[in-house]
Design a protein around this ligand. Structure first.
Ligand code: NAD
Length: 367
């Protein structure tokens, strides 16, 4: 099998972690006899620096022609507003929002999996997390408040007349397709969906509840319930094992998935997949560009490497290859190798490149 993959290393630690993930791709290619045509394209801060915009047309074109896209991260130091004077108001993050929209990737899968080997790296007590944790957060990705109409009204003389608004919009079509996706995923897991909203105050949440009842009729084997987002934030740390699949809006999913990531030890462990109606998907770690540790060979590449495993599973339907990567990660952790973010006393501390190399060495084709 030969697949066309676009890599978008982006900014900060992006290039370092994507390099390790590409080595894993080549290792899978060698061991399972697959070919990959890899094309590297621009996005984010580095793209603004190079060609003056965060997402060049060429990147969009190449991504649309590909079978899958692997992204590192975009964005610079959050404390420095480097592009505030850009003539079209472009910023690195706009490139990411735009590519998701261009590829119509409305469903963002963020599995929060705690490897038993990393129990000590979780901030939660072992009686709360047990021996493992496996929650799938399905986040709506290309609508909601991040994409609604924005307005800023300025009146220098009157603070009350100076205000900003962000519109929260969801159509039934947008809600239905993400819920359907969440229920389908639950069917292949423990068959339980929790739809997270704020239906006590938001009209959009009330619509989510109505559409959930409609969609659920097609999935009689899946049980479901609703939970307010404030309670969900609490339940994730009090009793995370109650969750199988969480389906929620763009903003709630953004926040809850970061919270869930810390339960698993480090945000450096969490992969993600963004999918639409076709097999073309965008795969990226859940974390950002981590400018504070960029270029130091200390970033954890595992989230990006596990994103490649998701690419094999969801875009290529190659489950054996996906599991070969996940098993290799498990073995490296079992042997006690850790990057700095997941290190505890007694472990063997390794850098980004060494972690990638160790995982590649443990990839096996057992069939
Ligand atoms: P961040 O996720 O980049 O970093 C948060 C903290 O986690 C930092 O201390 C960082 O060092 C650490 N961290 C992140 N990834 C790590 C890894 N792989 N290994 C070890 N430690 C890791 O979030 P932030 O600091 O809020 O944002 C930094 C930049 O990233 C901003 O410009 C932001 O807009 C951007 N961002 C991009 C994405 C994306 O590309 N999908 C997502 C979130 C933030």
């Amino acid at each position: 099998m030969t697949k066309k993959i676009v890599i978008l290393p982006g900014d900060g630690i992006g290039p370092e972690i994507v390099m390790q993930a590409v080595m894993v791709l080549h290792e899978i290619g060698d061991k399972f006899n697959h070919g990959f045509i890899i094309s590297e394209q621009l996005i984010g801060d580095v793209s603004l620096e190079t060609v003056g915009c965060s997402l060049p047309d060429k990147t969009i074109e190449k991504c649309k022609e590909s079978d899958a896209v692997l992204l590192g991260a975009v964005g610079g130091d959050p404390n420095v507003n480097k592009w505030k004077d850009h003539p079209e108001g472009d910023r690195p993050e706009k490139g990411l929002l735009k590519i998701r929209k261009e590829l119509n990737l409305y469903s963002n899968l963020r599995p929060a999996i705690l490897y038993p080997q990393l129990k000590d790296a979780s901030p939660l007590k072992s009686e709360i997390i047990g021996n493992n944790l496996d929650v799938m957060i399905v986040r709506e990705l290309i609508s909601g408040i991040y994409f609604g109409k924005k307005n800023r009204t300025v009146n220098e003389a009157d603070d009350e007349e100076s205000f900003a608004t962000d519109e929260l919009f969801y159509s039934k079509k947008e809600i239905r397709r993400i819920l359907k996706n969440g229920f389908e995923i639950a069917q292949k897991r423990n068959k339980n969906v929790v739809v997270v909203d704020k239906a006590n105050v938001l009209e959009t949440s009330k619509l989510w509840r109505e559409v959930t009842a409609e969609v659920a009729k097609d999935f009689p084997d899946v049980t479901y319930s609703h939970m307010y987002v404030d309670n969900a934030a609490m339940q994730l740390v009090v009793n995370p094992k109650q969750f199988d699949v969480i389906v929620t809006t763009n903003m709630f999913g953004d926040i809850l998935s970061d919270e869930a990531s810390m339960i698993t030890g480090s945000i450096g462990m969490l992969p993600s997949a963004s999918l639409g109606d076709t097999k073309l998907g965008l795969y990226e770690p859940s974390h950002g560009s981590a400018p504070d540790i960029a270029g130091k060979d200390i970033a954890n590449p595992i989230a990006t490497i596990l994103s490649v495993a998701m690419m094999f599973r969801y875009s290529f339907d190659l489950e054996k290859e996906a599991r070969a990567i996940e098993n290799a990660v498990g073995k490296v952790l079992e042997e006690g190798y850790r990057t700095k973010d997941i290190y505890t006393d007694g472990d063997t501390l390794v850098g980004t490149a060494k972690m990638g190399e160790l995982i590649c060495e443990r990839i096996e084709n057992n069939e």
